[in-house]
Design a protein around this ligand. Structure first.
Ligand SMILES: CC(C)(COP(=O)(O)OP(=O)(O)OC[C@H]1O[C@@H](n2cnc3c(N)ncnc32)[C@H](O)[C@@H]1OP(=O)(O)O)[C@@H](O)C(=O)NCCC(=O)NCCS
Length: 196
């Protein structure tokens, strides 16, 4: 297939409105996904809430729509998409981006995945695709992931993708009154080799 270039330079091989993964698909979250998004969070509260404070506040379809709207705004602001991960026709997870750090030309992402969809590398594939996107489309210099030191499944994602552990932010985040150490992972554009 011939991909035409546009005024931003040569076109790259994918756009993220819908992107296939080996075991699913990434799609930009849209307003009509709000009921499915709420159902995902409601079905996985025990799994998500220890690590995702925003999930605790998300209780209604309107809350879910508001969350998705924040992602749409972020996409408009800096081109970083908040995506859903679909597998077997169901919304099973997602990836979001924090605001772009323009001075440092880097961005941080976060993720979540339903238990039934876990353990197959689906989130690792999703994050690898989005790191590709950050470097190839957004021309960022660095992608950052911060994980609670005790959240081993979360740490597995950057470690599997070859991110460098740049340090530990000691007692950097307080969850339910407990200070947590955060492990800081970084990947530079110059060193990124997608292993997926
Ligand atoms: C963090 C989270 C997304 C990780 O989910 P996950 O299922 O471990 O991640 P993946 O889909 O990438 O799967 C990786 C697992 O599948 C296994 N796997 C099987 N086939 C694989 C393949 N082809 N490729 C890669 N991994 C594969 C890996 O070994 C790994 O399992 P292990 O940790 O037991 O070794 C999930 O635990 C979660 O949503 N937790 C709650 C929310 C959260 O903590 N978010 C992060 C906040 S920073």
């Amino acid at each position: 297939m011939v991909v035409e270039s546009d005024d931003r330079g040569p076109a790259t091989s994918f756009r993220l409105f819908a992107h296939p993964l080996p075991a699913g698909e990434l799609r930009l979250l849209a307003p009509y996904d709000a009921p499915a998004f709420l159902a995902l969070i409601d079905g996985e509260r025990e799994h998500f809430e220890p690590w995702l404070p925003w999930a605790r506040e998300l209780r209604t379809v309107a809350d879910a729509a508001g969350f998705i709207a924040r992602g749409t705004q972020r996409y408009a602001d800096c081109g970083a998409p908040w995506v859903g991960v679909w597998s077997g026709g169901a919304l099973v997870g997602g990836v979001l981006f924090w605001p772009l750090d323009e001075m440092g030309n880097h961005i941080e992402l976060g993720y979540w995945l339903a238990r039934a969809a876990g353990g197959r590398g689906l989130m690792t594939d999703a994050v690898a695709t989005l790191v590709d996107y950050c470097f190839a489309e957004l021309r960022l210099n660095k992608v950052v992931i911060r994980c609670a030191a005790t959240n081993l499944p979360s740490r597995g994602v950057p470690e599997r993708l070859g991110f460098t552990t740049e340090g530990v932010l000691r007692e950097h985040f307080i969850l339910d009154g407990t200070p947590l150490d955060l492990v800081f992972y970084g990947m530079l554009r110059s060193e990124w080799k997608n292993p997926r």
